[in-house]
Design a protein around this ligand. Structure first.
Ligand code: TEU
Length: 534
């Protein structure tokens, strides 16, 4: 009998290495910095770290442009540091999930350098070249095609032009990727988070990028050639995931990935048919419907991950909660609502202390390539710069990338030097040291929710049932055998009335005193609780 994979009851913590902890005083986070914070992560209780890219990279997209898959970038440390992180993590029951970026490389990768220099080399065909561009667009504004003088052809880049797309139809290229994956597996890592993996089956001539016809063949081949026999977590970044195609990726019988990241909730504050920069207010009724919808997966033949934040998204407390008066209440509510769902929860660094979006006044304060390019494009097209900055303040990726706030000392304890990206000025109040000192902090709600998942199978295996409540309240049950868990969250900054027939047996987690009776109970703004039902 196959034993259950390690990730079934796990909670994963995402680290953006550039912003987590600097150990050598250069203003940039590094591997030794992460090692120095493993005790903190153990105290939180997480089972694994998803480590954003630390490979050798010119850093045009903060490491998502890889120049050497088998070397650590010197700004993050050495391979010995990486091995130390894996070993010291293991001692604490924390596995390392590496970021696998194989839709594209850096233009500085030796393959691309060769592909350009010698158009008749085997490496040339590792990339996607055409005589003529079509109208495919880059995710970072402008055409997805760049003319190369030396070659006399255009190459495809679905992201920056310094991130040429790999040609997965080439079997020799696929083989190189699998060898590289096995290099990392041999180092004892616990899994891979697969960057924009849905794009590798692209058919650029047909205008197809995500979910191309060969995608699942490639993933099955990858599974066979690399991690198939490992007790391993693989999660695909799949913006185009739907209830119909999520099982194609994640049904264990198909031997592809463990689970998907689906992003449906990110549409909730976006105007239909527009870009993410064109926002609208969130309707709480829609929010709960989207969360409930993904609970309808057949979890024997599919698996979903649960997350609010990552390095590409705004801070959730600023986005769906309230980063002013009700910051603490709303952060706890969002944690309870998400962590009691079925799937595998991910926590993004700083989420566990309620870190918020940051605010900029001018484009000079913005580091991220996506925001800068969008700004230039829109302003050139006549947009009001103030409006564009407002979009960046609400949706820009730098919101999640400001340095981790460890304490109230200079630079928030992140670095002794000026950080590469300015610390959020609210660090004096919002920081890890303060959170650990306050038994009522957001941190301890996350800690409890993680422990609950480890100790009670109801969160892993229990059925989900959405309860009928007013639009501003999300209430659901998890049911396993004769055990029942009730989860309630007021999604709004207004009082809401809850009317349920159930009797609470015991309260497990709460952010406010739980009403004795649930009939016609008044919930305070963002009030939430998790309770066993009698
Ligand atoms: O993100 C994929 C992606 O599509 C994002 O660029 C997304 O469009 C944007 O951030 C949100 O609108 C992955 C990585 O997570 C991201 O950091 C990289 O920039 C990108 O791939 C390219 O590797």
């Amino acid at each position: 009998k196959v034993k259950e994979p390690w990730w079934k009851d796990a909670v994963i913590y995402q680290i953006y290495p550039k912003s987590f902890q600097d150990s050598n005083g250069d203003g940039v986070g590094d591997l030794q910095g992460i090692i120095s914070r493993l005790d903190y992560l153990q105290q939180l209780g997480v089972d694994a770290i998803w480590l954003c890219p630390v490979y050798k990279s010119p850093g045009i997209d903060n490491g998502y442009d890889i120049a050497d898959y088998e070397q650590i970038d010197p700004k993050y440390g050495t391979m010995a540091d990486m091995e130390e992180l894996i070993a010291k993590g293991k001692k604490r029951g924390i596995r390392i999930v590496m970021d696998l970026v194989v839709n594209h490389t850096s233009d500085q990768h030796p393959w691309f350098v060769e592909a350009r220099k010698h158009p008749d080399s085997p490496e040339h065909d590792y990339y996607v070249w055409r005589e003529r561009p079509n109208d495919l667009k880059s995710a970072f504004s402008g055409s997805a095609w760049e003319y190369d003088e030396q070659v006399g052809q255009y190459y495809l880049h679905l992201f920056a032009k310094q991130q040429p797309d790999l040609n997965w139809t080439n079997p020799a290229l696929r083989d190189k990727i699998y060898k590289m994956m096995n290099f990392w597996i041999a180092k004892g890592i616990g899994g891979f988070r697969m960057d924009v993996i849905e794009l590798i089956g692209k058919q650029p001539d047909a205008g197809v990028t995500a979910n191309g016809p060969k995608l699942h063949d490639y993933l099955q081949e990858m599974h066979r050639e690399t991690f198939g026999e490992e007790d391993f977590l693989t999660v695909g970044e799949t913006w185009g995931a739907t209830l119909d195609n999520a099982p194609l990726y994640s049904d264990p019988d198909r031997k592809e990935l463990s689970m998907v990241f689906q992003f449906e909730f990110t549409n909730l504050d976006k105007q239909a048919g527009k870009e993410k920069w064109d926002t609208r207010p969130v309707d709480p009724g829609e929010l709960k419907q989207v969360l409930a919808k993904w609970q309808r997966l057949d979890f024997k033949h599919a698996w979903n991950s649960l997350f609010w934040d990552n390095h590409d998204l705004p801070r959730i407390v600023s986005r769906f909660g309230n980063d002013g008066k009700y910051r603490v209440e709303s952060a706890k509510m969002l944690a309870m609502i998400l962590h009691c769902l079925r799937g595998t929860p991910y926590i993004y660094e700083g989420e566990e202390i309620g870190m918020t979006n940051r605010h900029v006044d001018t484009i000079d304060e913005v580091a991220d390539i996506e925001s800068v390019r969008m700004y230039n494009e829109r302003v050139a097209a006549g947009a009001d710069p103030k409006q564009v900055i407002a979009s960046i303040n609400s949706q820009g990726r730098d919101n999640a990338r400001t340095p981790m706030q460890w304490d109230d000392s200079q630079n928030a304890g992140f670095s002794s030097a000026k950080p590469w990206l300015a610390v959020n000025p609210n660090y004096a109040a919002i920081n890890v040291k303060a959170a650990l000192a306050d038994p009522d902090s957001i941190f301890y709600v996350y800690q409890k929710l993680i422990a609950l998942r480890h100790h009670d199978r109801i969160l892993v295996d229990g059925d989900f049932s959405l309860l009928d409540t007013s639009a501003g309240v999300m209430a659901y049950k998890r049911i396993l055998g004769d055990e029942q868990l009730l989860v309630v969250g007021n999604l709004t900054d207004q009082e809401q009335v809850l009317d349920l027939p159930d009797q609470i047996a015991s309260v497990l987690v709460a952010n406010a005193p739980v009403p004795k009776s649930l009939t016609k109970a008044v919930l305070s703004p963002y009030q939430a609780f998790v309770a066993r039902i009698a």
